[in-house]
Ligand binder design. Structure first.
Ligand code: AMP
Length: 489
């Protein structure tokens, strides 16, 4: 499906989330292990975090703003979360809706018993479903699209919880991975295209579901396999069971997990994200002819690609930028003004390394151009002779609707400017992007057009696998905005 079929204009960015999910079955210390798993997944969302447990008799829930390490670090808190089953969530939201009620996991009592839900991704028909549910009498407590799933589960006429879940998932569309929990079952679901990630691990007799494998390493769990696209897995009586109730599609995982989002030590399709990124860098080097004194990464997002580039061409790799590790990701700040300040808070020039040097500066991606613009200036202000920017992914021209924080088309630099205009904007001596075929080549494919399935790569191609059902009128946006304003109070 090509992008021209989709109207972006009225899509409500308030519902965009990219998050980390985790769940563990039948183990003592379930909440502590969940806190550790969430800590390893902290890069996926820093706005809020939560854990829900079941202790054999009742459910317990703790939800907080901020980082896992600042909230779930004391026995006092973890003691409030007894039980052998637990699920957890790290929340990332872009604008608005910053309210504790939007922090997950969500919990609901249904006529088949309690259910906890953690969700990573974005539903492309959430508003449409929400409006329908409201018309039918549902009362929503949050502005999150995840609540639509909870409401659909609660409303299902099916008898068993698993069937209620399947029933609800038939209605939703988009990119999603879900980790859910009932009294005696841990459940994981991945969307029909496998856009958002979900992996299975094993720790003694327990199973673990998580967004990324780095959450297994921290608790000593072994990586078993990825949840397949359109698969529902569940753990009952310590057994892992699998259902494929949804229409099968060709798997199309999100390419941005490879480029930027996953932690470098997490495994994606048999290789670490670090290996993939190094390969993107070395492929970029193969497509380039420029000579330079040093290759400098934008830390940390450009580290692996810069190393791959430098090794491929035999150039010196040097740390021309020093990162302050006590600042979150630049994107976490909602306004553009603070976001540009964020680059300065996070990075400083390493003067002795860059002075009088012809520099190849490498980052994983260029979105609005804020980072590159600031860094190029910083390097020149500190004595660099020439700064040439190299980006280890193609030009991002199309926004995302499946759970990655990408701005609107208007804000995407490459959607509105030619490569030369981008170069002028960031004031670099030259700029080059990795080609689309190069990106696929670096992942071991011949080239993009000759293979199917492709990954979900609409950022570069405009090829959206799932239609965006929600097209809001101004009234409906206002209603939701009011809701999220109310929830901020
Ligand atoms: P920009 O400064 O807007 O051009 O964004 C590019 C920088 O943001 C790069 O350093 C990337 O590593 C990082 N980045 C790219 N995509 C995302 C995303 N979805 N969320 C947060 N950061 C991102």
């Amino acid at each position: 499906m090509k992008n021209q079929k989709i109207k972006f204009k009225n899509y409500n960015p308030k519902l965009h989330e990219e998050c980390g999910v985790f769940g563990i079955s039948n183990t003592s210390d379930a909440s502590t292990l969940t806190a550790l798993g969430l800590h390893a997944l902290q890069h996926r969302g820093q706005e809020g975090c939560g854990i829900v447990t079941f202790d054999g008799k009742q459910y317990h829930s703790e939800k907080r703003f901020g980082l896992v390490g600042d909230n779930f670090n004391k026995e006092k808190v973890l003691k409030k979360l007894p039980g052998k089953y637990a699920i957890g969530h790290n929340r990332y939201s872009t604008t608005g809706g910053t309210a504790l009620r939007n922090v997950q996991p969500f919990f609901a009592d249904t006529n088949a018993g309690g259910i906890g839900v953690s969700h990573n991704g974005n539903l492309t028909n959430a508003i449409t479903l929400r409006n329908k549910l409201v018309q039918e009498g549902a009362i929503f407590h949050t502005t999150s699209d995840t609540e639509v799933i909870v409401q659909l589960i609660a409303k299902s006429k099916r008898f068993k919880t698993i069937d209620k879940i399947i029933d609800s998932i038939f209605h939703i569309q988009g990119g999603y991975s879900l980790v859910m929990m009932t009294q005696n079952t841990l459940i994981g679901v991945r969307d029909p295209y496998g856009i958002r990630p979900l992996v299975i691990g094993k720790l003694k007799n327990s199973y673990v579901f998580a967004s990324e494998t780095c959450a297994f390493d921290i608790i000593g769990a072994k990586f078993v396999r990825e949840v397949e696209n359109g698969e529902l897995v569940y753990v009952e009586n310590d057994k892992l069971l699998s259902l494929k109730p949804f229409s099968t599609k060709k798997v199309r995982p999100c390419i941005f997990e490879y480029i930027y989002f996953s932690r470098p030590d997490s495994i994606l399709n048999g290789k670490t994200a670090y290996e993939h990124r190094k390969n993107f860098g070395s492929q970029l080097a193969k497509e380039d002819k420029l000579d330079a004194d040093i290759v400098v990464p934008v830390p940390d997002s450009g580290n692996a690609a810069a190393l791959g580039y430098a090794q491929e061409r035999g150039f010196n790799f040097d740390l021309g930028l020093i990162r302050n590790h006590y600042v979150g990701r630049t994107f976490i700040e909602p306004s553009q003004k603070i976001r540009s300040l964020g680059v300065k808070l996070k990075l400083n020039a390493n003067k002795s390394v860059i002075k009088n040097k012809k520099i190849i500066l490498i980052d994983d991606s260029l979105v609005r151009g804020t980072t590159s613009h600031k860094i190029v200036k910083m390097l020149y202000d500190n004595g660099a002779k020439e700064v040439h920017v190299r980006i280890a992914s193609p030009e991002i021209k199309y926004p995302d609707f499946y759970g990655v924080d990408m701005p609107t088309k208007k804000e995407l630099l490459a959607a509105n400017k030619s490569v030369q205009e981008i170069c002028n904007f960031i004031k670099a001596k030259s700029i080059k992007f990795l080609s689309l075929n190069g990106l696929y080549k670096a992942m071991g494919f011949e080239e993009r057009n000759k293979i199917y399935p492709q990954l979900t790569d609409h950022y570069f191609t405009g090829d959206y696998p799932i239609e965006i059902i929600d097209e809001l009128g101004e009234n409906k946006i206002t209603q939701l905005s009011l809701l999220s304003t109310a929830s901020n109070n």
